[in-house]
Ligand binder design. Sequence first.
Ligand code: SF4
Length: 452
Amino acid sequence: MEAQTQQPFRSLSENVGAFRLKDKTCLIPQMNRVGGLLLAGAFRSFGVNAVLMDTYDGLDLGKAFTSGKECFPCQVTTGDILLFLKKEKERLGNDFDPDRYIYFMPEAEGPCRFGMYNKYQRIVLDSFPELARLKIGSITSKNSYALDGMFDEEQTREFRKVGYFSVVVADVLDRLLWRVRPYERKKGMADEFIERASQAMADAFERCGSSKDFERILDKLAETVREGKTIIDPAIPQKPLVGIVGEIYLRTHVQANQDVIRLLEKHGAEVVNASIAEWVNYTTYDRMREAKIGLRLSVKQLRVSRIRDSLKKILSYGVELSYQHYRQDQVYKRVKPLLDLAEDHRIRHLDGILGKEKIYSFDVGTEACLSIPGILEYVHQGYNGVVNVYPFTCMPSTVTSSIIRPIMNRKKVPYLDTPYDGSFQPGREAAIRTFMYQAQQHFKRHGRNGSS
Ligand code: SF4
C-alpha cells in the first residue's frame, strides 16, 4: 500500500461516526482478548459479521504512521488496523473492497486525547486512496456509548444490554484467570483453560445473545468458574494481593503492558486489575451527574425547556445505570459463592471518596476519577500494594501518580508507577521485584484483611 501526503479533511465528518453494521464486517480492535472475543460473539448473535483483529504485530506500522507525540494506544491501534487491512488486501487481491468493513473505534471526550484517535486514524487511512472508503464506526462517552444508528432501532437497545453483559462476563473470566493462575497445580494450566473457556463463552453469547437468554449464559459461566477452581492447588499458601489501576487500554492490553500481571505473579503476587465495566459505569454515572448539574443551573435561571431536558436525561441515564448495576450484581451473585472473586467498586462510592478526601473531583473528569479513589479503596480493603499502569505521558495517570504518591507514602502501602511506550526498560523487572519485596513485607505485617 502506498501512502499519499495530502488528504481531504471532510472525511472526518463523513467517514467517522455511527454507521449501520448490517451486511458489513465489523473490525474490533483487541484491547483485551477475552472481552473482544465475547463482544464479537454478541455482535454475531445480532447478525453482524464481527472479527476480532490480531494485535501488536503491526506496531512497526503504527510507529511509521505516527509522529511519536501520540499516546501509545493510538500507535498500537493504528498498527493493528493497517496490518489487518494489508493482510486482507493480500488475501483477497482484486476482491478487496473497503466498503465491506467498518472499523470499530470508540472515543471519549476530553480533556485527554482518546477522542482524537479515530480522527487521526481517519487521516492515516485517507492517505491510502484504496482505504478512503473504509468507515470508522465510532461511539462516544458523550452519550455513554449509545449505539444509535448502528442497528435497527429496536435492536439498538437490545444489543446494548447484551454488549454490556458481555463486558461484565469478560471481567469475571479475567478475574478468574488472575485468581487461579498464581496457585495453579501445573504451569500453563490456567492460560490454556481461560483461552478455551473464552471461546466457549463467545459461542454462548453468539447462541443466546439476541434472545437475551442471560440465564443460560450465566449457567455456562458458573460451570466455567467451577472448573477453573479445580486448577488451584490448595497446598500453595495465600500470596500478597496487588491491585492495578491506570489507563484502561494499557492496563488491559497484555502485549502493550509487557504482561505486567504475569511479571507481578512471577515475583509472588496475586493480582486484581480494575475492570472494563467500571469505565462503562463511570461514563453513564458521569452523564447523569452532568445532567443534575444542568438541572440545578436551569432551575436557577428558570429555563423551563432546559429543566425538562435535564430531567429527561437524569431519568434516562439513571435507568441505564440501574440496569447496569442490576446485571453486574446478577453476574457476581452467581459466581461469588463458587469462588472469592473481587467485585467492582460502585462509582457513586468512588465519587463519595473523592468528595470526602477533597483530593480530586469528578468535575475534572478522566480516568483519574476512578484510579485515585480506586487506589484508596484497595488500601481500605487491605491490598498489599498498588501498581499504576499507563502509557508514557498519559495525562490522567500522571495526575493520579502526583496526587497518590505522597498519600501512599503516608499510609505505608507499596505503590509503583509503570509507564509503557513499547520500549523495554532494563530496570523494569528490578523495580517490580523491589515493589514485590515491599508488598511481601506488608503482607507479613498486615495480612490481607484491610487497613485504614
Ligand atoms: S487516557 Fe492517557 S493514553 Fe488515553 S488518550 Fe488520555 S492521555 Fe492518552
